[in-house]
Design a protein around this ligand. Structure first.
Ligand SMILES: [Zn+2]
Length: 193
């Protein structure tokens, strides 16, 4: 691909007050991309009381916690874990802003090992399940454009653009996720940036 075709996204990035981001971690939602806006569902999920990855009211959460009904108890986060997300709405790719660029992220921490991919790396989530098939050509190109725009803004090199599953390799621990999907070729994605 020639440099000329490497389009950027016309997006104003609020770099004032932003953390000095050194890289980007891409994720997928591992859920089907619906016809309408799915981003709101992810925001609601991260900002709700959760027991074993299901949303509950505060009262129900507390009751279950007291009675030890459940394994994973998560209180609402301050904001959605990702700095942004992309998805197709009616076949058209869109970008949704998420967590403020001034906050530490909540998307790629490895418990008891490292939080560096939350403190130093932006997190973007592409809605859809890319274990079975790669993002559509339009969405793939859109994600490339978004990534290039953030690389320019924060002077990030392409080797610091990684998939969530690559976090584990970089920390020398066993990968526990295929995120952003087995069919999302990160080497190809980096090569096209
Ligand atoms: Zn992920």
């Amino acid at each position: 691909m020639s440099e000329l075709t490497k389009t950027r996204m016309p997006l104003t990035i609020p770099i004032q007050g932003a953390r000095p981001w050194k890289g980007i971690v891409w994720h997928h939602s591992a859920s089907p991309d619906g016809k309408t806006r799915d981003w709101d569902g992810i925001v609601k999920y991260h900002t709700s009381y959760r027991v074993d990855f299901n949303i509950f009211t505060k009262e129900e959460f507390e009751k279950r916690q007291q009675n030890h009904q459940g394994k994973v108890f998560q209180k609402p986060w301050q904001a959605v874990g990702y700095n942004g997300g992309t998805e197709l709405i009616g076949g058209v790719p869109v970008f949704n802003w998420g967590r403020s660029l001034s906050m530490v992220g909540a998307h790629a921490g490895v418990e008891n090992v490292s939080n560096v991919f939350n403190t130093d790396y932006l997190g973007f989530c592409c809605i859809g399940n890319y274990d079975a098939e790669s993002p559509s050509p339009d969405l793939w190109e859109f994600n490339l454009q978004l990534t290039r725009t953030f690389m320019d803004a924060f002077h990030i090199s392409r080797d610091q653009i990684i998939g969530h599953r690559e976090v584990y390799k970089r920390l020398n621990v066993e990968p526990v996720k295929s995120c952003p999907g087995k069919s999302w070729n990160m080497d190809l994605f980096r090569a096209e940036l």
